[in-house]
Write a protein that binds this ligand. Structure first.
Ligand code: BDR
Ligand code: CA
Length: 318
């Protein structure tokens, strides 16, 4: 199995991503690291603990990380994810505390010590990974790759016309990650809105989940329904893409996702475009390719069918 560290700011779609990663044999989840994003750090950390416990895998360590972006202010979005960030289910209190080590130290120590190369999967603002790279650039030598949910080029942004949430919150962190990984030759895969918007859940998917009956599936159904309400308000759609879960799906089932290797950078100082991912799709800049940019999904129904089947195998909170 591919050893992974998941950096996250749950978020309903982060919750699905974490549960999917824990459920599949293709991934070995070494730990979760949390960051301020959808909610403040305390809440995202508490949410991550609740999620691994709901899954029935409480031994999965959760390490709290950065409470704010590198230089900008935090931007919590309770209007999207609800007051807890993972509204839609009546969550039990976390039984175990987060691990003592700071996320940045955990990322560095784990990657340096692991006998295999480790994949980083970032599902929120990339503050923790940027700090880890700055503190210990040698980690890049033992990384299998970096996948992140974030950005959008053909689809534009979801927070401003140009910027997607995860990038907008900490564009400087993304600049550090992309440039350092590029120089070190670490493969980077972006799972932007161009990909996730082509991978919305099938209509009525939450009913399918609920019919499975396990507690995990009831929680997933509730979160999905909550998440869809916002989609309905903002986009007028009856269903929604689970952005972060699509990033996990693209890691384990890459054949289902088309893309192209090209030069990608982030606008950090635009008048109208701060946080925009600038994708040189036609390779006009002459800069080196540094990112596999996923821009679609071949079979969204298949992705969600596999996801539901995987989620149903979790042991659950017994
Ligand atoms: C991203 O922003 C967050 O609100 C979601 O959890 C996801 O990571 C989608 O733009
Ligand atoms: Ca997220």
């Amino acid at each position: 199995a591919l050893p992974v560290i998941i950096d996250t700011d749950p978020g309903q779609d982060d919750a699905f991503a974490i549960l999917l990663a824990l459920a599949v044999p293709e991934l070995d989840v070494l730990g979760l690291t949390t960051v301020a994003g959808n909610m403040g750090l305390e809440q995202t950390t508490d949410n991550a603990r609740r999620i691994v416990e709901l899954a029935g895998l409480p031994e999965t360590p959760v390490h709290a990380g950065s409470a704010r972006p590198l230089i900008r202010k935090p931007r919590p979005v309770p209007e999207i994810h609800g007051e807890t960030g993972i509204d839609g289910w009546d969550w039990a209190e976390a039984r175990f505390p987060p691990a003592k080590t700071h996320a940045v130290d955990f990322i560095i120590e784990t990657i340096l010590a692991h006998p295999q190369k480790v994949q980083m999967i970032c599902l929120g603002p990339q503050t923790n990974l940027a700090l880890a790279i700055r503190r210990a650039p040698e980690i890049l030598q033992n990384m299998a790759g970096i996948s992140f949910m974030g950005g959008g080029f053909f689809e534009g942004g979801n927070m401003t016309p140009a910027a997607e949430y995860n990038i907008l919150v900490d564009p400087e962190a993304v600049r550090i990650v992309l440039s350092s990984a590029g120089e070190a030759g670490v493969p980077v895969t972006a799972v932007p809105l161009d990909c996730t918007h082509a991978c919305a859940a099938p209509l009525g998917w939450s009913t399918t989940l609920r019919e499975t009956g396990t507690e995990v599936m009831q929680a997933c159904a509730g979160m999905m329904e909550f998440f869809e309400q916002y989609g309905n308000k903002k986009y007028g759609t009856k269903t929604r893409p689970l952005h972060d879960a699509v990033a996990i799906a693209a890691t384990i089932w890459p054949d289902l996702f088309p893309g192209k290797l090209c030069p990608v950078d982030v606008e950090c100082a635009g008048e109208l475009t701060t946080g925009m991912t600038v994708v040189d799709w036609l390779r006009q800049t002459g800069r080196p390719d540094n990112c596999l940019w996923l821009n679609g999904c071949h079979d969204a129904a298949e992705v969600y069918a596999r996801m539901a089947a995987a989620l149903a195998t979790l042991p659950g909170n017994v």
